[in-house]
Design a protein around this ligand. Structure first.
Ligand SMILES: C[S@@+](CC[C@H](N)C(=O)[O-])C[C@H]1O[C@@H](n2cnc3c(N)ncnc32)[C@H](O)[C@@H]1O
Length: 259
């Protein structure tokens, strides 16, 4: 895992990610305002400085082209952090919360894909798209806690199910779920390093960020006749063979491409 995180540090996708740019932006704002406050004491009170930082960071965030939804994050991040510092919260709690976040969301840092799970209904829709032949192979790219694989396997126990997951905590939960199921196999790792050639169905529920590159990978590796399914995120500029509205609470849409 350390090796993966270190590899990510030099990864251009990571270096350019909004989270990294926002972190640099806040560091620059905090240092600048800190120097300003030290040189001109009394110009801005301690209560105003966090809001000043938030306002400057929000404006600069827009100027450097961060997505619009970063505006409230940039505006409220430092005032909220400052307010929390005034509460008597044990540091271990912060450390614990940060650790759980990191252990669950390495994928968000590396690939801008956080952890959230497919609904049961989405799994039921995918079940209807599976090959009729017994022994088909399905791969879930970034399988989370493997709840999707388990839902599908319950309806079609004749398939072979694989999942690859890079975040340690979901990976462990996946392994627990797969324990004792001979037809389910979970691997810890990066799906970009996983060859897609041997799968009849590849399922992805990720984010808009990796879809164009993932399509290139699927086209290069998947066999003719196999199917590529994406929950919610369409491949830009590539018309799917089928679009299915799932009708769940998340308003999921299933996109299907045949290779
Ligand atoms: C939105 S969740 C989907 C979970 C599951 N597939 C489902 O549908 O319920 C995406 C998962 O992909 C994982 N992930 C993101 N990038 C990855 C990568 N390059 N390799 C392996 N897993 C990755 C994340 O850690 C996260 O758990």
């Amino acid at each position: 895992m350390l090796a993966q995180i270190e590899a990510g540090a030099g990864d251009p996708a990571v270096a350019a990610s909004p989270a990294v740019r926002a972190a640099w932006l806040h560091a620059a704002c905090i240092v600048t305002l800190g120097v300003f406050a030290a040189w001109l004491p009394g110009v801005a009170s301690a209560a105003v400085l966090p809001w000043l930082e938030g306002a400057v960071a929000a404006l600069l965030g827009m100027a450097i082209g961060l997505p619009r939804w970063w505006l409230p994050i940039n505006l409220f991040f430092f005032p909220a952090a400052y307010a929390l510092l005034t509460l008597q919260i044990a540091p271990a709690l912060y450390l614990g919360a940060l650790s759980v976040l990191l252990l669950c969301n390495v994928g968000a840092w590396r690939n801008r894909v956080p952890l959230f799970l497919s609904s049961r209904r989405a799994a039921a829709v995918v079940t209807m798209l599976l090959p009729q032949a017994r022994g088909f192979r399905l791969l879930d790219l970034g399988c989370g806690t493997a709840s999707f694989l388990a839902d599908v396997a319950q309806v079609r126990p004749d398939g072979l199910y694989s999942g690859v997951e890079m975040a340690p905590l979901p990976y462990l939960l996946s392994c627990l779920r797969a324990y004792g199921r001979r037809r389910m196999h979970i691997k810890w790792g990066d799906f970009w390093q996983t060859d897609l050639a041997s799968y009849d169905v590849v399922y992805a529920y990720l984010s808009p960020a990796p879809m164009a590159s993932l399509w290139q990978k699927a086209r290069a590796e998947m066999c003719p006749g196999s199917i590529f399914i994406s929950n919610d995120f369409c491949v830009p500029g590539v018309a799917p063979a089928q679009i299915i509205r799932v009708g769940d609470r998340m308003h999921s849409t299933i996109y299907v491409w045949t290779m």
